[in-house]
Design a protein around this ligand. Sequence first.
Ligand SMILES: Cc1cc2nc3c(=O)[nH]c(=O)nc-3n(C[C@H](O)[C@H](O)[C@H](O)COP(=O)(O)OP(=O)(O)OC[C@H]3O[C@@H](n4cnc5c(N)ncnc54)[C@H](O)[C@@H]3O)c2cc1C
Ligand code: SF4
Length: 562
Amino acid sequence: MAQLHDSWDVCIVGSGAGGGMAAHALTAAGVRVVMLEAGPEWYASKNTTMMVPAYASERRGRATKTRPFGEFDACDGGWSIEGEPYTTAPGSSFSWWRARMLGGRTNHWGRISLRLGPDDFRRRSLDGMGDDWPISYDDVAPYYDRVDRFVGIFGSREGLPNDPDGVFQPAPRPRCYELLVKQASDNLGITCIPARLSIITQAINGREACHYCGQCNRGCSVKANFSSPDVLLAPALGTGRLTLLTNAMAREVTVGADGLATGVSYIDKATGEDRHVAASVVVLAASACETARILLNSRSTQHPNGLANSSGTVGRYLTDTTGTDVAGFIPAMMDHVPHNEEGVGGGHVYMPWWLDNSKLDFPRGYHVEVWGGLNPPSYGFMGGIHRYPSGGGYGEALKNDYRRYYGATIGFSGRGEMIPNADSFCELDPEVKDQWGIPVLRFHWKWSDHELRQVRHMQQTFRSLIAEMGGEVFSPMPGEDRGYGISAGGQIIHELGCTRMGSNASTSVVNGNNQAHDCRNLFIADGGPFVTQPDKNPTWTILALAWRASDFIVEQRRQGAI
Ligand SMILES: Cc1cc2nc3c(=O)[nH]c(=O)nc-3n(C[C@H](O)[C@H](O)[C@H](O)COP(=O)(O)OP(=O)(O)OC[C@H]3O[C@@H](n4cnc5c(N)ncnc54)[C@H](O)[C@@H]3O)c2cc1C
Ligand code: SF4
């Protein structure tokens, strides 16, 4: 195995949210870092197709195999990657979305940036289910503040007890259809407030303010939204202390006779060669499940169950967000005066969880994301026109229907909390290997009645909102046989857990500083350490915890402990 001649203070695996933040924080503190990233280099500021109209392409923006969310989407990856399979256990349904590029999924994520609230860190104490985190909101709050200031976020100060306010830039005004949603929400007693997105409406740190082109998922040429390469890695590279190795697929963390990490072995995808980087500290941030895979594949005499796995909990406590969607036709939005309402690439309003679980038949909550409006037409535009009254047909009548109904659809997506369960986890498949001979993951998955009942409530709420706006829902209420329309595990792409935090080394993988119980110079900086899967999308917390763990690494190195 080829050994790179240099040796680094820290080796980071993965350049997405967690890896990018660790690289930024560590290099800013004077640490020499090498980063391994399985995909190629990509910067939205240089490579985005943000302004290309769909009609300029023969595909009209249609999805490709490695861009399942559309030809112009900024993220290369997908539900299946050639040469890198995964398997699901019989009876389980789980989909795993993986990015393979610099910045990972931060190149096209929805930028919904929500802090966890104080209750989210102590759920077991409150309702007896799942587990408490070993840290509290107060431990993370200073880092949320730092992320808000450095990365940038818009929102409004609301004073909600479990949806803490941040250091917000001004939020954009609601669009026309969002005002209608707000009105209906007010009538039904549902809290509806400005969205919280990591898009800057005022220039900061050499980045321009958003000019409201609505194309965030394509990446932003003026760096007004958050992506790891432009916002975190570029300044880290600017320090001269970050060495970036792209197309470098980590295979395992290597350890010395003392059981401590010595570096990472990887495949140079350009040549197929096995290589090794040496480092005093290793930070894994390859995404929750991939990090578990690397640990399980890092077997040695010192760590026969895989690295950091003496508890047997690597791969366990895997969760995803619950989700379901309902859309409807809203006659009040028909035949509107043509106008530009693009705004940012995401909703301008959302509904945080507003109810009291003691009066409901399920624990924990969900938030609601709102969509609709006048998005630029591309492949598949207004598919399903036959569902509108008198819609469909041919020629002029059809074109006129498109004009009348354009913008008259409003939809709701619920995003709720799943409680970790013993039937949802990943492990190494005993037979299947990827193209480099590395054992792959096998997924086990089961939603419990808690999640099913929560999703039934989402469906009922969204139908009431559409009725309140005078609309017609497109699809009938899904029954119990269809899980009330719950998405398959993994499909909301918020997989968390697998290397959870805890103060007890026999039931958790890392401590409250993201440091492996079994190996003091190994840290995990992605969504793996999450103890719970609150309804808040995870990335803001991944960023805050990665920064916090990086400060801890710097301090431990100063003390000579690692
Ligand atoms: C369409 C979409 C919308 C989303 N919207 C939101 C949202 O609105 N809000 C929110 O909070 N979250 C959202 N998410 C989730 C969000 O993207 C993730 O939470 C976040 O990116 C996770 O960060 P990460 O660092 O753990 O992993 P990633 O961002 O996935 O980065 C992991 C990196 O590791 C690399 N890697 C993987 N394996 C290896 C290996 N063996 N060796 C070397 N490198 C490796 C990958 O190539 C990748 O670059 C969304 C995700 C998607 C796909
Ligand atoms: S909407 Fe704003 S942040 Fe998004 S791509 Fe356009 S300019 Fe950039």
